[in-house]
Design a protein around this ligand. Structure first.
Ligand code: AMP
Length: 517
């Protein structure tokens, strides 16, 4: 049966009223009854608030606190899409998102936005105390929820030109996603506590909301210090009771580097769903050694297709093969086509091609970016889409005869670094906007099959100026004001000019050889 995301979560308030829907390492928690009551009240308050225009998207700013969930649901219940903005975003990125949304308002759960944005804050912004009071008192109003093709959330991801782009996911897509995951091989009929690792700005976090909250499970997350220190995270895990782990492989690798990350720490852990980047066999092997009996699943999918479009359990036979691990089988409701990226014709099983996702969880497009929406959501020939929504992923894959998909890399300059989705062009555009930089090329440095860090190659504006530590320090400082810290390259190298390829662009291959020297 189809799941309605909001109704299913609300329904838990009568089924398991006192059960925790969400808790974090700081000891904050919220029960299903409290979640329903607060989000209902806040939805009325939003509807009645004359400073919030009807049905415009609202920014929800904060991190892993219960109030974030309340705000998300309240937005949906009052007919507003929400755009989550995490604390890792620097001021310029937040300003860009608020600016792109245009008519909007900010639900500032931390109370730091006015100070961060200063005079750039030109839209109504509501402080934590106001939000808390609204969650208690509500207002006299009859909210009209989002439904069908209305946008449920807008997640902003790195854009290749230096400006983040907002992916608009509809209410129906989220419902379809939740329905599929709750009924998939991954679903089991038992009470679960899910480790919700990824920030709400990263759609991996939707996984356990879609499959967990809608079933009345509990979500557990790390807040603040515990997120920055593994020692504190481990302390929090000890009492968390987590049964289901959802994160990027990078985060598991980080944890596995410490021998304490084992069944003694998380005795109830039964399943790990890893997604968002390449899953290496070594990660699975080590995780299963540390947690005997652990089932590991690999999930794949872009934000533009509402999180996962493939999923499979990693079986012992897959670990024995001399090849990369599969990313899974296509989810129900989605057709996955492997096309020649130039001719857009289907390629036979086993041959490399670009993955196109077609079906009922493909996003609506990019917020107010018709050019990009056209290029990515309308590229698939109509003879193949058969009237359904499609998304061109940019991912190079193969499909086996039995329908298992394998990932082989990207056709463009998008990368994953420690689980974060980054367009290298985004960093390059940011660097080139700095007065000290004439040209910039950013390249990934690889170690053991994953990207370990980024290297920036720079042609300085002033070729005579000193190029040492002081310049690098200044460039990094300036970058941190504009992009999240994870997008600031670790290493900077300076050259007088770039080798160019025949089309006159920086020759990335030649530059990669340069940094490998
Ligand atoms: P995001 O929108 O942040 O979820 O990033 C989506 C991109 O991450 C995909 O287009 C892939 O390039 C990559 N990705 C996601 N899941 C996997 C996976 N399981 N294996 C390899 N790459 C992945």
């Amino acid at each position: 049966m189809g799941i309605d995301f909001v109704a299913a979560i609300d329904g838990q308030a009568s089924r398991v009223p006192e059960k925790k829907a969400f808790c974090n390492s700081r000891g904050e928690s919220i029960t299903y009854t409290e979640l329903k009551r607060a989000s209902d009240a806040l939805a009325c308050w939003i509807t009645a608030n004359p400073r919030i225009p009807a049905r415009v998207p609202l920014v929800v700013y904060g991190h892993k606190a219960p109030v974030m969930l309340v705000c998300f649901l309240a937005c949906a219940k009052s007919g507003h899409a929400y755009a989550p903005v995490d604390v890792v975003f620097p001021r310029d990125r937040i300003a860009s998102i608020v600016d792109q949304l245009g008519e909007t308002a900010v639900l500032d759960t931390l109370g730091t936005i006015p100070e961060l944005l200063g005079d750039d804050l030109a839209v109504p912004c509501f402080a934590p105390a106001e939000i808390a009071a609204a969650c208690e008192d509500g207002a006299d109003a009859t909210p009209v929820p989002v439904s069908g093709d209305d946008t449920f959330y807008i997640i902003f991801t790195s854009g290749s030109t230096g400006t983040p782009k907002g992916v608009e996911v509809s209410s129906q897509s989220l419902n379809n996603f939740s329905t599929w995951l709750s009924n998939s091989e991954y679903a089991v009929a038992e009470d679960r506590i899910w480790f919700n690792r990824s920030p709400f700005t990263f759609d991996v976090s939707i996984t356990d909301m879609g499959a967990g909250l809608t079933r009345g499970d509990t979500m557990f997350a790390l807040e603040d210090e515990a997120e920055k220190s593994l020692a504190l995270a481990f302390e929090a895990f000890q009492t968390s009771g987590v049964t289901d782990w959802v994160s990027t492989p990078s985060f598991v690798d980080q944890c596995l580097a410490d021998e304490k990350f084992c069944a003694d720490l998380l005795p109830d852990l039964k399943r790990m769903l890893l997604a968002g980047e390449v899953l290496r066999p070594e990660t699975v092997r080590l995780a299963q050694r540390r947690f005997p009996g652990l089932r590991v699943f690999n999930g794949y999918g872009p934000t533009e297709s509402t999180n996962l479009v493939t999923l499979c359990e990693i079986l012992p036979s897959m670990l024995e093969q001399d090849r990369s691990l599969p990313i899974g089988y296509a989810k129900e409701g989605t057709r996955l086509l492997v096309l020649n990226p130039e001719t857009l014709e289907e390629v036979p099983d086993g041959e490399h091609g670009e993955l196109f996702a077609i079906g009922n969880t493909v996003a609506k497009g990019y917020w107010r970016r018709d050019d990009l929406t056209q290029a990515m959501f309308h590229a698939c020939p109509e003879s193949l889409t058969r009237g359904e929504a499609s998304y061109r992923t940019g991912d190079e894959v193969t499909r086996d005869a039995d329908g298992l998909y394998y990932y082989h890399g990207r056709y463009d300059l998008q990368i994953k670094l420690h689980g974060y989705r980054i367009e290298l062009g985004d960093i390059e555009a940011t660097l080139c906007a700095l007065p000290e930089v004439h040209m910039a090329c950013v390249l990934p440095a690889w170690r053991d099959g994953s990207i370990s860090h980024l290297v920036a190659l720079i042609v300085p504006s002033d070729l005579q100026a000193p190029r040492g530590f002081a310049l690098t320090k200044e460039l990094k400082r300036a970058m941190r004001e504009v992009v999240p810290t994870y997008m600031v390259p670790r290493t900077f190298k300076y050259v007088d000019s770039f080798p160019l390829n025949p089309s006159g662009k920086a020759d990335r291959k030649a530059l990669a050889a340069l940094i490998a020297e």
